[in-house]
Design a protein around this ligand. Structure first.
Ligand SMILES: N[C@H](CCC[C@H](N)C(=O)O)C(=O)O
Length: 280
């Protein structure tokens, strides 16, 4: 492998996986084509999102860049925030730190049992904050696609359409997800979640991610799911475990400031160096 390549880490949060490029000492131009090539699971390293760690732009320890597998640059990624947060907590020895993203400032803390807790900022519920193409009540949108109808819309810096269903395993999300993702109601497309409330107070969720497709977990989606469950009166408290295909996240929607806190694992898989010639 040639010298001077860009170091990377392969990481995941509950199976939602990332190639994390540390660009702080190794600037690298990332065209959408290059992102798609790196994310390709057949010919590239393979990941749901390409994540960059960049020098801070304001008061954080670093800036985190987020690119979906289709090459789109997006605002927020909860699972990647825990992963990058874990890297920076270990690097700095801090117990809590500020991380910057396009979706806004994030606060990352060490939690018990090796987990990572992130203050994902406020849930945004206004129609033009999602954004939607025209004014609507975000608690229940005037939208039906196949067996899915009347989702709630929530932004965690990125858009989410959350459908409440009786049984998430009875919905063919790979079929209906893309139709919702690209619906004209969402000028920036949307992530698509289906959720069901359980008798034990937990929430079960599956997700079709904007710019990726089906993933095993979505941290911002889990935040949007809990916010929707609270708004719809489906859970007894403003906090609940959210069970995704890849595992469990603990989510709380704080009443005092409307911020959403997410706690869960961050897993490092392997490290490497990108070849500067081939970029992979
Ligand atoms: N697909 C999302 C970005 C990644 C979100 C997800 N991986 C998470 O953990 O929050 C979007 O286009 O907004």
């Amino acid at each position: 492998m040639s010298q001077g390549g860009t170091p990377f880490l392969k990481m995941h949060g509950l199976g939602n996986d990332f190639v994390v490029l540390d660009l702080r000492a190794h600037p690298l131009a990332l065209s959408p084509e290059r992102v798609r090539a790196l994310a390709d699971r057949r010919t590239g390293i393979g990941c749901d999102q390409l994540i960059t760690i960049e020098p801070p732009r304001d008061r954080g320890v670093a800036f985190m860049g987020i690119r979906n597998a289709d090459g789109s640059v997006v605002e927020s990624c909860g699972n990647a925030t825990r992963c990058v947060g874990a890297v920076l907590l270990a690097e700095t020895g801090l117990a809590t730190l500020n991380l910057e993203s396009l979706g806004g400032p994030l606060v990352v803390e060490r939690a018990e049992n090796g987990l990572v807790c992130v203050d994902m900022g406020p849930a945004r519920l206004a129609w033009d904050a999602i954004p939607l193409a025209h004014p609507q009540d975000t608690l229940a949108l005037d939208l039906s696609v196949g067996p899915l109808s009347a989702p709630s819309a929530v932004s965690m810096g990125n858009p989410h359409a959350v459908f409440v269903v009786d049984d998430v395993d009875a919905i063919d999300l790979p079929t209906w997800g893309p139709t919702v993702e690209h619906h004209a109601l969402f000028p920036r497309r949307t992530n698509v979640e289906i959720i069901q409330a359980r008798a034990d107070g937990s929430v079960r969720m599956r997700v079709w991610e904007r710019g990726v497709g089906m993933t095993r977990a979505c941290g911002t989606g889990a935040c949007a799911a809990l916010v929707t469950a609270v708004r719809r009166g489906l859970v007894p408290e403003r906090k609940a475990p959210v069970d995704l295909d890849g595992g469990r996240l603990w989510i709380e929607w704080r009443e005092s400031d409307g911020h959403v806190r997410m706690t869960g694992p961050a897993t490092r898989v392997f490290s490497g160096v990108l070849d500067p010639e081939t970029g992979s």
